[in-house]
Every structure is written in C-alpha cells, then in structure tokens.
Design a protein around this ligand. Structure first.
Ligand code: NZQ
Ligand code: ZN
Length: 386
C-alpha cells in the first residue's frame, strides 16, 4: 500500500427529510448563490422545499439557473460575475454532478481575478473558494463529496476535470427520495458512472492494498445489485439509498488512496463528450468492455479474473478464462440488464473524423494509468466502440 494523506471534510446528512439541515448554511454568512439545472428541481418540489428553509433561516438567495448537463464555462462565468457583483458568501448547488461541478468552479472563480477557464486547465491556480454546499438529486458522479469538477468549453471541444481540496463541499444533503424522479436513461448512466469510478480505482497492480480492493468489490456488488432495481422500481428506497451512498464512496478517496494508478477510461470518455456532448455514463459504458478487451493479456488477466471471481462468483480456475467471463458479465450488465446504448453510433456519433485528435488529447490525460495507452491504442478502442 502506497503512502497517502486523506481528508474527508464534507458533512453528510443522509436520508429522508434531511434537507432541513440547509439552515446550517448560516454558519457561512447570509448571502447564498443557489445554482441549479434545467428545472427538474422545480418540477419535483425540491426548489420550493429548499427556498422555504433558506428564507426561514434568514438567508438571502440569488440564483444561477440553467446549468447544462456537461456544464459549460459560459455558465460558470455568469455565476462568478453574480458572486462578485453581489458579494455572495456561499454557493449552494441543488442537482446532479453537472450542477455541483459548475457551482464548485463558480465558488473558486469568485476568489480569482482572472478568467474561470484558467482554473479548469490549471488546477494549481485554485487558491481558495467560497464555501460550497450541495443537495444531490442524481446518484452518479460523487461530486457531492469529492474535490473534482469537470467543465466544458464547446467552442474549443475541450472538457477537463480540475481539482482542489477547497472544492470539497462543506456539507451535502443526500436524500434518496430526491432521486425517484431520475429518468431510466439517467439512472442507467449514473450507475455506469459509479461503476467506472470504482473500476478506475480498483484495477491496479498494487498487491498490498486489500482494504481498498475488498471495499471496491463490495461497492461493485451493491451497484450491480441495485442498479437494475432502481431502473425498474424508481421509487424503491433501498435501491436509491444504496446507489446514492455507493456513488459517494466510490470517488471520495477511500478506494483510490494507497492503491490506484491514474484513470484512463475517463480521459477517453471526456473526449467523446467534448466533441459530441454525449451523456458521460453512457460513454463510459460503451468504452469500458472494449477497453478491458484491448488491454487483456497474460499480465492483466489475473486482475480481471480476481474481479470476476470476487464480484461475479466466477469459478473458472484459469485466469484468462475467468477474465474473459468477467468482461462478458460486465458487457451483459451494461447493455442487457441496464439497457444502455451499445456503441458510439447509438449515441449519435456517426463518423470518425475526430478520433485522431481526440485520441491524442486522451493519451495525454492517461499518463501513468493501469496499462499505459498510446494514441494508437485509443484510436483502436474508439474504432472498436464505434
Ligand atoms: O438540469 P436538470 O433539469 O436538473 O436535469 C438533469 C439533467 O438533465 C437531470 N436530473 C438531475 N436530477 C434529477 C434529474 N431529473 C429528474 N429528477 C432528478 N432528481 O438529469 C440530467 C443529467 O444531470 P447531470 O447533472 O448532467 O448528471 P450527472 O450527475 O451524471 O453529472 C454528469 C457530469 O458530471 C461530470 C461528468 O463529466 C458530467 O459533466 N463528472 C463529474 C465528476 C466529479 N465531479 O467528480 C466525476 C465524473 O467522472 C464525471 O466526469
Ligand atoms: Zn465519471
């Protein structure tokens, strides 16, 4: 197990009715910038519930609405301007990962003199942020408890993740009932995303990190068990609750520290979203089995076999056979059980014009990953996923 430092400062209020804790925002001042997306929080009543609590707590609320899935830098800039003009004290995101990510960079931009895009491409320029709070409405990214934020500039076909300790929320409300209204498509994509986060941390050649590995396997079992339940019974509390908590734990550092190499499927997916604005979790589901097959070798087979045996109960004694079966189980879960799109054409990517450019950028992002990928490897993976 490698050395590590881990700090998880986010206060989590988990369960039904925990939105009442929004009154705690008073600890950070009196002026709140409420950040939300395209209106789901108005349709399902979370907006009204939050506003009531904030008003009763004596807080003043400004709003930044319309945050897009795959949040755009233009929206971040609007939020930063609001914070600066109105001397905002804190930022409250209510929504999925896109809304929370946008709120994070708004909070950092409020403390920065230059353009907010600098903070996306140069994380080291993030020197501070307004206090960040969140009410999560979609289980997927783990942004509610982590230090990452992913922002796009579609004018340049760029989508990059930034990170800083001060981007970890002060407090997040996780009420599983708020995810009852999440569509089938987003439930499936969110499940694929949390599985991918667990995979990115889990697949490594480190042999001494048993805590992280066994913990990752437990998370995967929970995701494989409850993803289909949530898909077919959107108001099943246990399914929504387990997925919500598993998603937070998959990326908050618990299974990454001491164990994980750099991520590699995410840099490839971010290029798909940067060029085609596709749903993140769908892109990950399409790429993952193809990537596993591409890197399958005598060296990686024991690692994939370990996953297959401990998560899927595969009994094949031969590592290569067990690894192949594990890859097949993964593929079947995404495409049959979770009904996710199977290839790039199914998400509207109908030509390969940008593959070379995308692969070049992705290769720069996966330096030091589980199995190093060259530009040529990534082009092959994109083509196999087409
Ligand atoms: O915008 P609204 O109207 O709220 O609708 C959203 C959006 O259309 C809807 N939705 C959210 N909660 C809902 C709901 N609809 C009904 N009921 C609810 N309770 O779902 C749609 C997708 O929302 P979005 O926030 O985009 O989804 P997700 O949480 O999957 O976030 C994806 C973004 O996060 C980034 C991705 O790249 C992508 O940009 N990621 C962030 C990470 C992080 N911060 O750590 C890590 C991830 O790997 C990922 O890259
Ligand atoms: Zn992800």
């Amino acid at each position: 197990m490698y050395n590590f430092t881990l700090q998880m400062p986010t206060r989590i209020h988990f369960g039904k009715g925990q939105i009442s804790h929004l009154s705690e925002l008073k600890e950070s001042g009196s002026k709140v910038l409420l950040v939300y997306g395209g209106g789901s929080i108005k349709r399902n009543g979370i907006y009204d519930a939050a506003m009531k609590i904030l008003k009763e707590a004596g807080l003043t609320v400004e709003e930044l609405s319309g945050v897009e899935p795959n949040p755009k830098i233009e929206t971040v800039r609007k939020g930063v301007a609001l914070c600066k003009e109105d001397s905002i004290d804190m930022v409250l995101a209510i929504g999925g990962g896109s809304t929370i990510d946008c709120a994070k960079v708004v909070a950092a931009g409020a403390k920065y003199d230059g353009d907010a895009w600098d903070l996306v491409i140069h994380p080291e320029k993030i020197q501070g942020a307004l206090p960040i709070y969140s009410v999560l409405t979609l289980s997927a990214t783990g942004s509610e408890m982590d230090e990452f934020a992913v922002i796009s500039d579609m004018t340049k076909n760029e989508k990059w993740g930034t990170a800083a300790p001060c981007l970890k929320p002060e407090m997040s409300v996780l009420d599983p009932t708020y995810t009852y209204s999440v569509s089938k498509k987003q439930t499936a994509a969110g499940t694929a995303d949390m599985i991918s986060h667990t995979f990115e941390n889990y697949f490594s050649f480190e042999t001494g990190a048993d805590v992280q590995k066994r913990f990752g396997e437990s998370l995967l079992k929970v995701m494989f068990k409850y993803g289909p339940v949530a898909l077919h019974e959107p108001e099943n509390y246990d399914a929504r609750a387990n997925l919500m908590w598993a998603a937070s734990l998959a990326i908050n550092g618990l299974t990454r520290v001491g164990n994980a190499p750099a991520w590699c499927v995410h840099p490839m997916e971010h290029e798909l979203s940067a060029f085609y604005d596709i749903t993140h979790g769908q892109g990950l589901a399409i790429l993952t089995p193809v990537w596993m097959e591409h890197i399958l070798s005598d060296k990686t087979a024991p690692i994939f076999a370990e996953y297959g045996r401990n998560v899927w109960g595969i009994t094949a004694a031969n590592d290569m056979s067990a690894a192949k079966e594990a890859i097949e189980k993964t593929r079947e879960f995404f495409f049959t059980t979770m009904e996710l799109p199977k290839n790039l054409r199914e998400v509207g990517i109908t030509e390969q014009t940008h593959f070379e450019k995308m692969a070049e950028k992705a290769a720069a992002g996966c330096v030091g990953c589980f199995v190093p990928l060259s530009k040529e490897d990534i082009i092959e993976i994109f083509k196999a996923a087409f």
